[in-house]
Write a protein that binds this ligand. Sequence first.
Ligand SMILES: Cc1cc2nc3c(=O)[nH]c(=O)nc-3n(C[C@H](O)[C@H](O)[C@H](O)COP(=O)(O)OP(=O)(O)OC[C@H]3O[C@@H](n4cnc5c(N)ncnc54)[C@H](O)[C@@H]3O)c2cc1C
Length: 404
Amino acid sequence: MRSLAIIGGGASGLCAAIEAARGNADVTVFERMPKAGKKLLATGNGRCNYANCDLGAQHYCGNAVFLRAVLTSAYADTEEFFRSLGVLPSYEEGRLYPRSHHAASVRDALLAAASECGVTIKTDTRITGVSKSGTGFLVMTADGERSVFDAVILAGGGKAAPVQGSDGSCYAILQSLGHTVTPLSPGLVGLTVRDKSLRLLKGTRVTAKATLYAGSDAIGAETGEIQFTDKGVSGIPVLNLSNLCPGKDRLTLSLDLCHDVNEEELKTHISSFIQRHPDARTELLLGGLVPAKIAYAVMEKAGLPPETRLAELGAGRAALLCATLTDFRLTVTGTRGFDDAQITCGGVDTAEFDPKTLMSRKERGLFACGELLDLHGECGGYNLHLAWTTGRIAGSSAALYLNN
Ligand SMILES: Cc1cc2nc3c(=O)[nH]c(=O)nc-3n(C[C@H](O)[C@H](O)[C@H](O)COP(=O)(O)OP(=O)(O)OC[C@H]3O[C@@H](n4cnc5c(N)ncnc54)[C@H](O)[C@@H]3O)c2cc1C
């Protein structure tokens, strides 16, 4: 049997290891953490959203031709792969979770399958370098161990959530082997905002339509639950919009807090409420539309003290209230960074890899998969699906390469 080293025992590396071992390769996985698959336990808030029924290209970002080739398999393939490992799905609005609702089921199933097919996993072993050695590759550990393998798969993930093991070290290894890395930035990450309303809003959640602007251009919009934090905003709509931030400036986020009410209906409701309750305080009107803390923030942004009587508003300030409810504007100062990010945007240039095999076009016997590649998706199981799929392609192709 010819030997294969896999650098990284995360989502993509474990799938690559299983497929390669099933294809008769002698597989060693090097994982720098004490146990492989640590990040998986944190995914989907501990429940691991491992795939999505809608795998449309609009949910992904990266080289379109490459993505089409890599994602030819339907979500059903991922579902079937995990079923065969004993993980049955539970569906929530198209998202797949393990029936147990515990991410550990997914991680444990992968580890059991890897062990069953004879994969060796060397934990607490950080790889610091890979170089060409004859027809194979010399793999070096941080402890100074050196061993030669017939082929190598790099599966070390990106730079997001380094506490889970992915510290970005595999980018440098691929660069040393002649590959190009596109600019990297944190993705699926909370946004930091400058707005005095945060002191009122931190800890609050509200359903809204969030539109991200670069200057006066709307560059993306998402609807769902927005969470206010001490430094900014988070929640699935914000995480998805954060992927659009790299390279853009003068960013602002507009929250439509009444996105599900027709604008005319909202105006009519406000004016008739004012006519019927002229002596009521403005907070009574807003309290019927948005949570109390949001109501105070809206009044503050509109420059109205909460005790303002509705009769005192006048048409201009009533219109201002309506406009603030539908365009609650926050100045975006940046993102929470790689420490808080779920993924990395950017990565190893996919043009340098064959999408059918994920083998390097520069170095035969060298493969890459997972988040390391310059591909990423939205929240909803898209990134893990990409990791499983690319890992499985790289693993089975490496086995074929070794057997030829
Ligand atoms: C909090 C959180 C929640 C998430 N939730 C979801 C979700 O529900 N659904 C979804 O689709 N995606 C989710 N993601 C994203 C998803 O987890 C990643 O896209 C996916 O894990 C990437 O897989 P990977 O194998 O490429 O990298 P990783 O899973 O990061 O694995 C890389 C592995 O390589 C190891 N490694 C790195 N460098 C070296 C080295 N030099 N030597 C040895 N070992 C090394 C690391 O320790 C790590 O174990 C989430 C991410 C985070 C952080």
